[in-house]
Design a protein around this ligand. Structure first.
Ligand code: AMP
Length: 473
């Protein structure tokens, strides 16, 4: 097995890694670091949570240490573009942590939502590493506070999120200002067509590396569904927060308004929680995130967008207060727990209207999530409204998603019918056959994606714990 010492990284970096207690490189680090150290362009298909920040930060820091140059005024040697303020902040912290023994090393953060003047001052003498969101970066360039013609290494992080969030034109503008003799490290969780096109334009003879993080994530997380009524959700959440061995919990809601409502309902139940979403100011978000990170705040309510890039270790529980209507979001959400080798618990509430979302999720992850029925007035022993063939209500199927890297297509026997053995909780898995793939949201249309690669779930049974205790829905 590779250790960090095998990469030939300079001693100050190895010392910092030892202090961080990193012993073994993650798969994306194992694959990316040697290529990046050789100066190759890299396309990395990986998500937050896989260790990809260190995968690019370590070779970059090595480069800065071995090729010492004084950056010119208002210039940066390394530019890291990331879609969200939170993620940018976390990347900055990672560079500072891994580079703490490299001196001098200036790492600056340029994000919107905070006054620009401090950033202008921070850049005035030039910096080694600039981590930025695209909008603020262009503002700084337009104000002539920043020049991009000396960038030696460009990192584009979460490229697919950049596309989702409408940043692609900004990215093109930025790239046009860079010199062509540079190294580019390009990361995306998925590779929809437009992202592949962008990568083709930006990279030179790139090496490709890919990891399927959701495999281990989905496998490691203990997942449960509670079938409930919409009106019962607030009380149910409060009850579980009191009864579960919760250390640090992320609660997902579909809307910002919903997030605030959950905070208020928990308050009434005597539980402290805070919400993080797009309507909050940057200082508010930072304060809440810091409290969550340092353990002062146990319960954080978030929307999907706000949660992007939140990278907090030690999240013991993820609650899906609302089920996401995009099944991939479920995988992203539960990936917030079970980080860096830890186990986690994901509990999802599913009301009547959300039943189709649950079916789409189970089809994507190819497993039946153990469930309990807490619905009132329902028929607790009624069979679930199954099953896969027509779950989509006639929406087009995109079989090709599962053809890539799958190895599971055409598995015998399981053609999509979940069996109900008289309610004994023993389930067959949803189909392994490609023709049950769920449709993609537009943003990712076109190509198979990393998340489509939840092929890894070649499980032969129920999840580790709670296996077999599924109430029929
Ligand atoms: P990332 O995907 O970069 O957001 O990293 C996810 C989490 O894993 C972060 O909390 C990192 O500090 C942690 N991490 C990254 N690489 C390693 C490693 N090799 N060993 C242990 N933890 C790591």
């Amino acid at each position: 097995m590779t250790s960090f010492n095998d990469f030939g990284l300079v001693e100050p970096i190895l010392r910092a890694l030892a202090e961080e207690k990193y012993v073994t490189p993650t798969p994306i680090q194992d694959q990316t670091i040697p290529l990046a150290l050789q100066g190759r362009d890299v396309i990395g298909i990986a998500q937050t949570g896989t260790g990809k920040t260190a995968a690019f930060a370590l070779p970059i820091l090595h480069h800065l240490q071995t090729k010492r140059l004084r950056p010119d005024k208002k210039a940066c040697r390394v530019l890291v573009l990331s879609p969200t303020r939170e993620l940018s902040g976390q990347i900055t912290e990672s560079f500072r942590a891994y580079g703490r023994h490299i001196r001098p090393l200036s790492v600056e953060l340029a994000i919107g939502g905070v006054p620009i003047n401090r950033q202008v001052r921070g850049l005035s003498h030039g910096v080694e590493v600039l981590v930025a969101t695209p909008g603020r970066l262009l503002d700084l360039v337009n104000q002539r506070a920043l020049r991009l013609d000396q960038v030696e290494i460009l990192v584009l992080d979460e490229a697919d999120r950049m596309l989702d969030m409408g940043f692609i034109n900004d990215i093109r503008k930025v790239v046009a200002m860079l010199r062509s003799a540079r190294q580019t490290l390009f990361f995306s969780a998925t590779m929809p067509q437009e992202i592949t096109k962008l990568a083709d334009q930006m990279l030179r003879n790139p090496a490709r590396v890919a990891v399927t993080p959701q495999a281990s994530t989905v496998e490691r997380v203990e997942q449960r569904v509670i079938l409930t009524d919409r009106a019962s959700k607030p009380a149910l959440l409060a009850e579980l927060l009191k009864s579960e061995p919760v250390e640090r919990v992320l609660v997902f809601t579909r809307t910002k308004h919903g997030a605030d409502k959950v905070v208020r309902s928990l308050e009434k139940a005597g539980l402290l929680a805070e919400a993080i979403h797009g309507n909050k100011s940057q200082p508010q978000r930072e304060r809440v995130l810091a409290a969550f990170r340092n353990g002062k705040l146990r319960t954080l309510i978030a929307t999907d967008i706000a949660a992007r890039g939140i990278d907090v270790d030690g999240v013991s529980h993820v609650f899906n207060y609302d089920l996401p209507n995009i099944p991939e979001s479920y995988v992203h959400r539960i990936g917030r727990t079970a980080r860096a080798g830890a186990d986690g618990v994901a509990i999802s509430f599913c009301d009547h209207e959300e039943a189709p979302f649950l079916r789409d999720i189970e089809r994507l992850i190819r497993m039946a999530i153990p469930s309990t029925n807490r619905r009132t007035g329902g028929r607790p022993n009624a069979p679930a409204p199954q099953h896969a063939e027509n779950r989509n209500g006639g929406r087009p199927q995109r079989g090709h998603r599962q053809q890539r890297g799958n190895g599971g297509g055409g598995r015998p026997g399981n053609n999509g019918h979940r069996s109900h053995n008289g309610g004994n909780g023993h389930q067959a898995r949803p189909s392994q056959n490609g023709h049950h793939a769920a449709p993609r949201p537009d943003a990712s249309a076109g190509e198979p994606s990393g998340i489509g690669n939840v092929t890894f779930l070649q499980r032969s049974g129920e999840p580790r714990r709670n296996a077999g205790h599924r109430a029929p829905r």
